[in-house]
Ligand binder design. Structure first.
Ligand code: NAD
Length: 495
């Protein structure tokens, strides 16, 4: 960030006129810095700057300039990759190994969309009536980009890179909990000389900054990642003005483990799918569906391995699990554990906040035990609702059909995993799962070239890949008759 200036509007760093917010390190509850957020009037200022830049500069038509700028940002980010990773870890609590992946994936995403726009060609066809048609994808205009706190940099770049590559101008709003890496990225945007107004950063929460942004009449497109209930509010608000909207929302993703998988492999992928980033991942495999023949041994082994996970300082290279993002979110997770117990589920592991380390010393920070529920039924709230923390449920199945029925039995449809040595079966099963991303014998890895998004109430539209670029474009069809001549339709009355 630029001293005490925390908003970047129309090519300048300016003082926020909204509230002051402390930004915490969730691993020790210390204040990393304080930021001065924007007011609704400053959100309007940012939208006006983006509108002016879209209408008066060559940004939307000069693809070569956009490609160059995206590549320069990627280059600069690569030079300070470790600083970005450490800052992300301090602000979110995610283990440093994970932040490094996020930074590398962000750089790859910027480069991918630069390459895609550079190689993009219009679709052309000679039509049967002798005319020719040309279809182009053009920028939409002013885009509002809003992201949550679990992958502040990566999810931000997943929107920023395609939005800018397509020629839009943007207002970016990070989560009020995690603005630091985007403040840092905004310095790079300034350094590469992005034209004034093309990229704007506003800070603030959903009420002060989010709502004024999405409901602004000069915002043409809203791209939102966050919770399903916020997504519903945003969709409703945008419908009033028939705004373009993309929504990347919550999930309750299943991992299906068939009987031909060895226990150690099943446990290994379960831990990775469920507890990466403390389970605060939209696609986290929070519902484990395991064949009944494996169930007991699998559960014993999983509980044993989970008790050994290295939980601690996220900046420590060997830490495997860090803290939860915030005190309110930790409370929400614990409430779900209480709900599970009251519904009759049984805790096989975890279920508590960690307040003391093994030698008896107090620890600060929002740490929560990896938690496993058994004896769950499909209708329980802990099976149906997104907890967004290190809490999973285990269900046994006996047949492929039953596994699929359980897997599809929620309102969500973001992702799923299938573990089996029998690839024919895994492919057959994946064909029947209602989810936007399915990993066979794997989990979690996003691929920038392939789409990301949800079926059912997990969202509307897709990010990443060519679909992610299309989400920031309007399609235009120009049909040309080479020779101007009489049409002749009204020849009866004319003769
Ligand atoms: P959230 O919905 O509370 O907030 C997300 C963002 O929206 C924040 O920047 C917030 O300030 C803003 N916001 C809140 N209310 C708003 C409003 N009325 N208008 C405009 N903006 C508003 O979500 P969260 O707690 O920050 O994140 C967790 C959620 O995000 C989980 O449900 C998770 O599944 C989801 N998520 C989805 C994906 C995906 O790709 N599908 C990825 C990551 C996270």
């Amino acid at each position: 960030m630029h001293g005490s200036l925390h908003l970047y509007i129309d090519g300048r760093w300016i003082h926020g006129e909204g509230g002051i917010r402390p930004i915490l390190d969730p691993s020790n509850e210390s204040v990393l810095t304080t930021v001065r957020e924007g007011s609704p009037q400053q959100v309007d200022q940012a939208v006006q700057a983006a509108k002016k830049a879209f209408e008066t500069t060559d940004w939307s038509t000069n693809a070569a300039k956009r490609v160059e700028i995206l590549r320069r940002i990627a280059e600069l980010m690569e030079k300070s990759a470790e600083e970005f990773a450490r800052l992300e870890t301090q602000n979110t609590g995610k283990p440093i190994r994970e932040s490094r992946l996020d930074v590398a994936d962000s750089i790859a995403c910027l480069r991918y969309y630069a390459d895609l726009v550079e190689s993009r060609q219009a679709w052309e066809k000679d039509m049967s009536d002798g005319t020719t048609s040309r279809v182009t994808e053009e920028a939409i205009g002013v885009c509002a980009l809003i992201v949550p706190w679990n992958f502040p940099l990566l999810l931000g770049v997943w929107k920023l890179a395609p939005a800018l590559a397509a020629g839009n101008t943007v207002i970016f709003k990070p989560s009020e909990w995690t603005p630091l890496t985007f403040l840092k990225l905004s310095l790079l945007m300034d350094e590469v000389g992005i034209p004034a107004g093309v990229y704007n950063l506003v800070l603030g929460d959903g009420q002060q900054a989010g709502m004024p942004l999405i409901s602004h009449p000069d915002v043409d497109k809203v791209s939102f990642t966050g919770g399903s209930s916020t997504g519903r509010t945003i969709y409703t608000e945008c419908a009033k003005q028939l705004k373009r909207v993309s929504l990347e929302l919550g999930g309750k993703s299943p991992l299906l483990i068939f009987e031909d998988v060895d226990i150690e492999t099943a446990v290994d992928w379960t831990m990775f799918g469920a507890f990466f980033n403390q389970g605060q991942v939209c696609v986290a495999s929070s519902r484990i569906l395991v064949h009944q023949n494996l169930h007991d041994e699998f559960l014993n082994r999983l509980c044993a391995r989970v008790s050994q996970i290295r939980i601690g300082d996220p900046l420590d290279e060997r830490t495997e699990m860090g803290p939860i993002i915030s005190e309110p979110h930790l409370r929400k997770i614990h409430q779900y554990v209480e709900i599970g117990l009251s519904e009759g589920a049984v805790l096989a592991a975890g279920g508590n906040r960690i307040s003391r380390v093994k030698d008896g010393a107090n620890v600060s920070g929002y740490y929560y035990q990896p938690t496993i529920f058994t004896h769950v039924t499909q209708s329980m709230r802990i099976v149906q609702e997104e907890i967004f923390g290190p809490v999973i449920t285990i269900q046994a199945f006996s047949t492929e059909d039953q596994a699929i029925e359980l897997a599809n039995g929620t309102n969500y449809g973001l992702a799923a995993g299938v573990l089996s040595r029998d690839l024919d079966r895994a492919k057959r099963v994946s064909g029947r799962l209602k989810a936007g991303t399915i990993w066979i014998n794997g989990y979690h890895t996003p691929h920038v070239e392939a789409p990301w998004g949800g079926f059912k109430q997990s969202g509307i539209g897709r990010e990443l890949g060519p679909h992610g670029l299309s989400a920031f474009t309007e399609v235009k069809h120009v049909n040309t008759n080479q020779r101007l001549q009489l049409n002749g339709w009204y020849s009866f009355s004319h003769s």
